[in-house]
Structures are given as C-alpha cells and as structure tokens.
Design a protein around this ligand. Sequence first.
Ligand code: GLN
Length: 234
Amino acid sequence: MNRELHICHLYYDILNLYGDNGNIRTMEKRLAWRGIGSKVTRLSFGEVNRDDDYDIIFIGGGQDFEQTLLLEDLSRRKGADIRAAIADGKTFLCICGGYQLLGHYYDTDQGRMEGLSLVDLYTEQGSPRLISNVVLESPELSTPIVGFENHGGRTYINHNQPLGKVLFGYGNNGQDGHEGVRYKNVVGTYLHGPLLPKNPQVCDLLLGQALERKCGDGALTPLPDVEEREANEY
Ligand code: GLN
C-alpha cells in the first residue's frame, strides 16, 4: 500500500504561538526524507472539510483571547468530527491552548471556557504564569523531551497517563510533577519550541502510530538526526 499521511492543521492562523507551525513542517520533512508522502490541509474559523480523511490532526497554542474567539466554532462546527476522529484512533497533537480545549473546561478571571470534554481533564487559571524551559522524562523514549512553556492555566489530568515526568520546569500545574497527557492516540502538551524539531523521537512516535493505523505498517527508517540530537542535548 502506498504510504502517505494526510495532516490537518486546525486554526493555523489563530493558534500558532512560538513557532507551533514548525511542528507541521517537521512532520512533512521527516516523512519526505523516508520517501513517504504527505498532504497538509489547513482549516480555520468557519471552515469544515468532511470529504478528507485525515490521519493526523494538529492544534497549536494561543492566548486566552484567541481561544475564546474560536470556542463556538470549535463546539458547533468541528466538535463532532473531532470526537469521531479520536474514537477512531486518529493521531492528535494539541499544544497548550489546543490541549486545554480538549478537556472539560478552562476557568479564567473572565469566566469559563467550555471545552470539548474529549479527554478527562480540566484547567484553572492561576498566578503567576508558568514560564520556563522544560525537560521531561518519558518511559517510552530514550532521550528526554525538551521544550518551552508559558501558560496561566493549571491542568489536571485525573487518571490519565501524562506525556512525561517533569525533570525541569513546571508541567501541567507546577504541583504533581506531570506534563501533558496521552489518551488513545492523542498527545496534549504545554510544550512549545516548537516541540517536534527538537524531539525527533516524539515526532516519529506520532508518525509511526498514524502509519500503523492507516497501513498496518508503522515502521520508520532511522534518520541520522545529528542536529536534532544536538538541539535536544543543548
Ligand atoms: N492561554 C492559555 C494559558 O495561558 C494557553 C497559553 C498557550 O497556548 N501558550 O494558559
């Protein structure tokens, strides 16, 4: 079977803090270097495209104001499709604001933002903002996950599995030592940077699971990753 992945970038023009768009470019490049095709569809406010069968859905981060703007669009136009895609085992990468919106709610000084309740988690705004470089340890990966966080929200993931254990930085809420969430084939995380260029193992984990689901073959040829590993170590 011809291996090609179709990536959907949701709210590419509204949620794109700290180079989050670079995550899409990293996925495209790491597929192309292995001779695997990819197609990217960008969907923003008010746009729906049900004809396309996406394999990976990416949502970036934003400020509270931007998150508020798209709440109605998210729940009314896209919520049911996102719910079905998660249940169907599609791969999701949701950063910061995108991560918070997967949960039940995000409470702020300005009121409650209702989330999609797709993952059992919730977020409450706190003070001060949690701003730091971050290093995580993940049991599945041989190198640490590194990135940068800047969020007012404190996220609580209940009984879900975290993305990693915090070695440096704050993580989900600065208290429980957890960062991010793993649920089905969804990864939610506060890490910008962007995340994937400096963490090629995380990128390959996502690509591998999407290929496995689509073609029954998630094997990926190893890449040299010289600069990527140097960036990660730095
Ligand atoms: N606005 C959210 C918060 O401050 C998310 C921030 C972000 O996406 N970096 O918690």
